[in-house]
Design a protein around this ligand. Structure first.
Ligand SMILES: Nc1nc2c(ncn2[C@@H]2O[C@H](COP(=O)(O)OP(=O)(O)OP(=O)(O)O)[C@@H](O)[C@H]2O)c(=O)[nH]1
Ligand SMILES: [Mg+2]
Length: 257
């Protein structure tokens, strides 16, 4: 396993406003700060988009399909990835980039499946960015026609802003979190290609209105697909695999032949 330790990265490329706001400036200068923040954020995102385009071109040239999996902490990203790897690795190579602020715990869980994995630790950063993916791709060097699963840092806010060069953005929510997540975090649902509602095995025990949640997601993003599943029991997983196949540059069946 390769590990990318990237704790200082956020200071250079992140959009953390704390770095722009200087409390030592005198009062007369403070009216300038909002403009500075907007310009810097635009520059950060423009630079990110350029590297994301590079990643996209690089991966498409190799038939690599990258999916960016985003959710709040604990919604079940790593569980879903591990089960998906075990199912799909018979059909095509699967590689993983694991994003977390600290630890290699998720990378260890993925490594147990036999898939190649790189851990990216963001330190204080709350999301992965395109340059982290660029570096991780060099370390990982996925096989041609791989499925590349990217687990973003657990967070429903910051990851929405950053294009990584992926083919698809997947937003995962789980039933114990409540069905109001699309309402409360609209930006990430607006950019999603797929919403996965996970932990449906817990529906008898939690208050979660699946229809209301789906309806709200579709108000924000009429074209979005929704898959309802349990990464633990496996219920509903076939629809997830079908979506991955339909979203791939090269379908798993074609790779198998
Ligand atoms: N009941 C149930 N539990 C699940 C399901 N999927 C995941 N879990 C449990 O939820 C907890 C968190 O799962 P993870 O896969 O670690 O979640 P994560 O989104 O990767 O978490 P972070 O990486 O910390 O953001 C674990 O205890 C899992 O066993 C599910 O479908 N049903
Ligand atoms: Mg995880």
């Amino acid at each position: 396993m390769s590990v990318v330790a990237d704790g200082e990265h956020e200071q250079e490329h992140g959009h953390g406003h704390g770095h722009e706001y200087d409390h030592d400036h005198d009062h007369d200068h403070q009216h300038d700060h909002p403009d500075h923040i907007v310009i810097l954020e635009q520059q950060v995102l423009a630079k990110n988009d350029g590297i994301a385009l590079h990643n996209r071109v690089w991966m498409r040239a190799r038939g690599i399909t990258a999916l960016n999996i985003m959710s709040s902490p604990g919604a079940g990203k790593t569980t879903l990835l591990a089960r998906t790897i075990r199912e799909l690795e018979r059909q095509r190579p699967v590689a993983v980039i694991e994003g977390d602020q600290e630890t290699r715990l998720d990378a260890e869980r993925i490594r147990e499946t036999g898939a190649s994995v790189v851990q990216v630790n963001t330190g204080a950063g709350c999301h992965l960015d395109a340059e982290m993916i660029d570096r991780a791709l060099h370390a990982l060097d996925p096989a041609a026609e791989s499925l590349l699963l990217i687990e973003n840092v657990g967070n429903l806010v910051c990851p929405a802003l950053f294009d990584l060069g992926e083919e698809g953005k997947v937003v995962l929510i789980s039933t114990p979190e409540g069905d109001d997540k699309p309402k409360k975090y609209p930006h990430i649902f607006a950019v999603a290609d797929l919403v996965v509602i996970n932990k449906i095995d817990l529906l008898p025990y939690v208050e979660f209105d699946v229809d209301a949640c789906v309806a709200q997601a579709k108000i924000l993003n009429p074209a979005v697909r929704v898959v309802v599943l349990s990464a633990t029991t496996g219920e509903g997983m076939d629809e997830w695999y079908e979506w991955i196949g339909s979203h791939s540059a090269i379908s798993p069946v074609a790779v198998d032949n």
